[in-house]
Design a protein around this ligand. Structure first.
Ligand SMILES: [Zn+2]
Ligand SMILES: [Zn+2]
Length: 204
């Protein structure tokens, strides 16, 4: 008879429209105006000279992609980590006290388009995320949420890992938006399992 929480949760989930598309609902990675989360790359942000006709000198980069630009130091964003393959920076709308995004510096599409050979890429992204957490003084790696928004629940095409901690201190809405094993958010473990189960590229 008691109204248990389950129904409430479901109702709220619908209303909030969990995922990057959360829009007005807030702490999704739909950065919108701010243009820094994984949302719309903020039109208007780009007011540079029309130099993109100059051809793809840095191949592997999409000049219109915000995360490509951030990962290659073309945006004034504080990078918490940068190596030859990956960059890490704060999510503009933190869903937890620590909320970082790890992106490959070259343009790789969203998690749904990954193939078996990307397992090591995902694993390396996780390592970067964990090292940034430690660098920020957070060491309880059991209390971390690591995962990706599953299309179409994210409008940002560039692959990005969400690193949230402590998971136990995420607010209600964040728990929905970054809900483990929901149909809109896939944890790294789940994604790696999925990638490993894909048929491999037999040649090469
Ligand atoms: Zn990109
Ligand atoms: Zn996202």
């Amino acid at each position: 008879m008691a109204t248990d929480g389950v129904q409430v949760l479901e109702a709220e989930a619908g209303a909030a429209g969990p995922g990057c598309e959360a829009g007005a609902a807030g702490p999704g990675c739909e950065a919108g105006a701010a243009g820094l989360g994984c949302g719309e790359p903020g039109a208007g942000r780009e007011a540079k000279a029309p130099s993109e006709a100059v051809s793809a000198e840095d191949s592997g980069l999409d000049h219109k992609c915000l995360f490509c630009k951030i990962g290659n130091e073309k945006e004034a964003v504080e990078l918490l980590h940068l190596d030859d393959q990956f960059a890490c920076f704060k999510d503009v709308r933190p869903g937890a006290p620590h909320h970082y995004l790890v992106v490959p510096r070259n343009h790789i599409g969203n998690c749904k388009t990954l193939k078996k050979e990307h397992v090591s890429t995902v694993e390396k992204m996780v390592e970067v995320g964990k090292s940034v957490l430690q660098q920020k003084g957070f060491s309880d790696l059991a209390d971390v949420r690591l995962g990706f928004h599953w299309p179409p629940f994210c409008s940002m095409a560039h692959l990005h890992l969400h690193v949230l901690a402590p998971a136990s201190r995420m607010g209600f809405l964040s728990r929905m938006v970054y809900k483990s094993n929901s149909y809109w958010f896939i944890t790294v473990d789940q994604l790696i399992e999925r990638l490993k189960s894909l048929p491999g590229d037999s040649k090469s």
